[in-house]
Design a protein around this ligand. Structure first.
Ligand code: NAD
Length: 262
């Protein structure tokens, strides 16, 4: 295959979501076969059809990343179906509740950590065992700017994304001897859409000193905190992931690239 990623196989988690699907489409356009992992359902089936339309092999795997044994079974199945996994985009995640730390719901904190940290670890562990055996692998974890500076009212999400950056650094060291590079991306405010509306509305509802109680004003406040004075488009993410998976980043591992407008 003459395309850049022809003959490669990529596993994308959270592949039915905004960033996962946009990235899966981009990698498919570059010739990679795609294994799409997400919670089972119509959204995943639809995403598989969308990616397959690029003319590559695409298969869906319904899986909850919090289930370690289930993740291992899916990774084994992907290897059985495709023969190998060259690239991992470890991207499934959940934003959690918005509340000041003293009121943050205990159960939601555990849920965010279980999905974002344990889930990402389960996938990273299972895929890296396969990559270690092949002595080849490129991994990109989705962190967040919430994992670089802790945003108000997001105790669980912020902590979980700090953890992803730490996991990226440790994994990059553990896996470097096996020709496996592990990097992270950190998007900030992405919009428009559900995630943007949800965080604007929920930040307004907390009534904190940091944001207005009017969601429209919160949106302006957030945008005004960005040097480039706009939110990012989902389409501005996949190219950065492709860069970190491909050979243009051949001497980079353990880094976290902000995609944040400054
Ligand atoms: P999204 O909600 O569109 O996609 C997330 C996907 O993860 C969904 O399809 C969901 O079904 C899947 N998922 C959630 N829990 C899962 C589980 N237990 N098992 C398997 N799949 C599960 O959101 P998105 O914006 O595409 O987010 C993708 C990643 O980017 C997340 O890690 C998120 O934290 C991160 N992120 C997003 C933004 C943003 O503003 N959109 C900013 C920074 C970081």
């Amino acid at each position: 295959d003459s395309k850049r990623f022809g003959g490669k196989v990529t596993l994308v988690t959270g592949a039915a979501g905004n960033i996962g699907l946009a990235t899966a489409q981009r990698l498919a356009a570059s010739g990679s076969a795609i294994a799409l992992l997400d919670l089972a359902g119509e959204k995943l089936d639809e995403a598989v059809r969308t990616v397959a339309a690029a003319g590559v092999t695409a298969r869906g795997y319904g899986c909850d990343v919090t289930d370690a044994a289930g993740v291992q079974a899916v990774v084994d199945q992907v290897v059985a179906d495709f023969g190998q996994i060259d690239f991992l985009f470890n991207n499934a995640g959940y934003q959690g509740a918005f509340a000041p730390v003293q009121d943050y719901p205990v159960e939601d904190f555990a849920r965010v950590m279980t999905i974002n940290v344990c889930g990402a670890f389960h996938v990273l562990r299972a895929v890296s065992r396969h990559m270690v055996a092949r002595k080849f692998g490129r991994i990109v974890n989705t962190a967040s700017m919430a994992g670089v500076g802790g945003p108000p009212n997001m105790a669980a999400y912020g902590a979980s994304k700090f953890a992803i950056i730490g996991l990226t650094q440790t994994a990059s060291k553990d896996l470097a001897p096996y020709n496996i590079r592990v990097n992270a991306i950190s998007p900030a405010f992405m919009g428009p859409g559900f995630m943007w509306d949800r965080q604007v509305e929920l930040q307004a509802k907390t009534g904190s000193q940091y944001f207005s109680t009017d969601p429209k004003v919160v949106a302006e406040q957030m945008i005004n905190s960005v040097p480039m004075r706009r939110y990012g488009d989902i389409k501005e993410i996949p190219g950065v992931v492709e860069f970190l998976l491909g050979d243009d980043s051949s001497y980079m591992t353990g880094v976290n690239l902000p995609i944040a407008g400054g």
